[in-house]
Ligand binder design. Structure first.
Ligand code: PEP
Ligand code: MG
Length: 591
């Protein structure tokens, strides 16, 4: 939405998805979808029409694979795996059979047949209130446009690889394949009408480190190519015709960010210890085995969660036991003697494998996810558990299960671990007999039965990202209810306290590895609640350490006592912010 502002400048506010500030010429991309008209074929034309369809599909496949190869070379396999979903559209038998039927039985021309069938599928997916399925609709429309362009012999209309001058791209939407082709030298940033923080396009923007703002509703209809704009990816703001005063203020913001980064570097390698000598374990979260190499440099002691599903998502084939073993062993031996917590597969929810047909679910976050998936996919789980056990011989490895919702799942998983340990013993393959096993506490039921779980575990790791969404019934990916996703909700504060107390009653340590642990404003509250360890996103470890080193445990406890009696999320957050600014002003201001 545009806001009135000084001297003819116009401000639009959306969702910030990729950090950074840029300014320059606006390039508005209006997508002209290929025009498709219906034609009834003569009987004799049908075989040639079938050939045209086959050729177009095969050309489309080659084009997508080409984009995928370029993305692998530029950014790695993880980002390129997005195109597996596009390729799958071309393999979709139900869709293709319907198109063929429309050509052969209804005698419709190929472009009309493909367009009407694919658009019906896409519209159905887009209407479902689920970010993941809406992304699938975008994938389907992206592929449909390519197929139609090939059938009609048209050039793809958006060629963002060859811009004449560096520009800020404005569009209704950018598909993942458009985004992947953005050239950092000519695309200063982009802003689009639709999207959320977790859309593929947003993920791509962060990967490319291109400043980006999404969810601007109708910005593409309001701006013109050639206008001059400033894009602020920190705050999700676009300013058209910025005044000299605004440009001056932005110069200061950039300077402030640089100064803060410099201050953080000064304390990065010092211990995470409070002013009154309370030691906090500060670890980092990693997604790839290779990230383990960067853990020390970011200031963390070890790894609080290794999200192993990215090892699977990255690959065109499922990684077998040996491949996984090598990855886990690498991470464990790089960090040795410091700890690494390897989390077993957390697939489902918003993380899927293109090559593993997982059924579309109405509520994927409440569905076939994480430990539930693993306990049913025994072969996959066996390979992973054996690989983790084997890696435990090579370093300080612990393992934890995600999304435990009750004791039964824990007992089943533990029984499997015992079975595979026995296998390894018989095979004379070494592993750490005392490898610690923990569980993520991310469901309400897990908090309520935490005592039962704690008796059978060596540690808890609170997954606040999910604990918040499951306890407050707020989808963590839905921007329309993002205001209800409140980490300082009194219920969340009390659930964290209950988990800590249950863990400590049974002498096990309690960590937090959800995004709350990456927020320096909330770190004092979590430490005051008795959390033993924080595991943060790597780029944020330094800020969390900075505040820990300016904190007194006694003050943190007072803050937690206040939060436990307070009835209002905003008030708790306000108190945390006030406290953080008071003890660590340097984290917020250029002083
Ligand atoms: C969490 O839920 O807080 C967590 C760390 O797990 P993920 O974000 O991978 O769901
Ligand atoms: Mg989780």
């Amino acid at each position: 939405m545009a806001e009135a502002a000084r001297d003819g400048e116009r401000t639009f506010r959306g969702i910030p998805v990729s950090a950074g500030v840029c300014r320059g010429k606006i390039l508005v991309i209006r997508r002209n979808r290929p025009t498709v008209t219906k034609r009834i074929l003569a009987e004799a034309e049908i075989p040639e029409e079938m050939n045209r369809l086959e050729r177009a599909i095969s050309e489309t496949r080659t084009q997508i694979q080409g984009v995928q190869d370029r993305v692998v070379a530029a950014m790695g396999a993880k980002e390129a795996s997005i195109f597996d979903a596009h390729l799958l559209v071309l393999e979709d038998r139900t869709l293709l059979d319907e198109v063929v039927r429309a050509i052969q039985h209804d005698k419709t021309n190929a472009e009309h047949a493909f367009h009407s069938v694919a658009e019906r599928y896409a519209a159905t997916l887009a209407a479902i209130d689920d970010d993941y399925l809406r992304e699938r609709a975008t994938d389907m429309r992206d592929v449909t446009t390519r197929v139609l362009n090939n059938l009609l012999g048209l050039e793809p209309e958006v060629d963002l690889r060859h811009l004449k001058e560096p520009s800020i791209i404005i569009s209704h939407d950018l598909t993942p394949s458009n985004t992947a082709q953005l050239d950092k030298r000519s695309v200063l940033g982009f802003a689009i009408d639709v999207g959320s923080k977790t859309s593929h396009t947003a993920i791509m923007a962060r990967s490319l480190r291109i400043p980006a703002v999404v969810g601007l509703k109708d910005i593409s209809g309001q701006l013109q190519t050639g206008q001059y704009g400033l894009l602020d990816g920190y705050n999700g703001v676009i300013i058209i015709n910025p005044t000299d005063q605004t440009l001056f203020e932005y110069g200061q913001i950039i300077h402030q960010q640089d100064t803060i980064q410099q201050k953080l570097r000064d304390t990065q390698q010092k211990p995470a210890i409070t002013l009154d000598s309370h030691r906090v374990t500060l670890n980092a979260n990693i997604e790839q085995a290779a990230n383990a190499d960067e853990v020390k440099a970011c200031g963390a002691e070890g790894v609080g969660v290794f999200r192993t599903e990215y090892l699977f998502i990255n690959q065109s084939e499922l990684p077998d036991e040996e491949t996984q073993y090598k990855a886990y062993r690498h991470a464990a031996s790089v960090l040795k003697p410091d700890p690494i917590v390897i989390r077993t597969l957390d697939l489902g929810g918003d993380k899927f494998l293109a090559h593993l047909q997982m059924p579309a679910e109405l509520n994927p976050f409440l569905g076939w996810r994480a430990i539930r998936f693993c306990l049913q996919e025994r072969d996959m789980f066996r390979e992973q558990l054996r690989a983790i056990l084997r890696a435990s011989a090579e370093g300080n490895v612990s393992m934890m299960y995600p999304m435990i919702s009750g004791l039964d799942e824990l007992l089943q998983a533990n029984a499997l671990v015992e079975e595979y340990k026995e296998e390894l013993r018989k095979e004379n393959i070494p592993f750490d007999e005392n490898m610690k096993i923990g569980a993520m506490i991310e469901t309400l039921s897990a908090v309520i039965v935490a005592d039962s779980l704690a008796r059978r575990l060596k540690f808890f790791s609170i997954g606040t990202n999910d604990l918040i969404q499951y306890s407050l019934a707020v989808d963590r990916m839905n921007e329309r209810i993002a205001h209800l996703y409140e980490p300082t909700h009194p219920a969340i504060v009390r659930l964290i306290k209950a988990t800590v107390d249950a863990g400590h009653r049974h002498n096990i340590h309690v960590s937090i590895c959800g995004e709350m642990a990456s927020d320096p404003v909330l770190a004092p509250l979590l430490i005051g609640l008795g959390v033993d360890e924080l595991s943060a996103a790597m780029p944020l470890v330094a800020s969390v350490k900075f505040i820990i080193r300016r904190l007194k445990l006694t003050e943190a406890k007072q803050l937690a006592e206040f939060a436990l009696t307070c009835e209002n999320a905003g008030e708790i957050l306000g108190r945390c912010q006030e406290f953080a600014r008071q003890i660590a002003p340097g984290l917020f201001e250029d002083e």
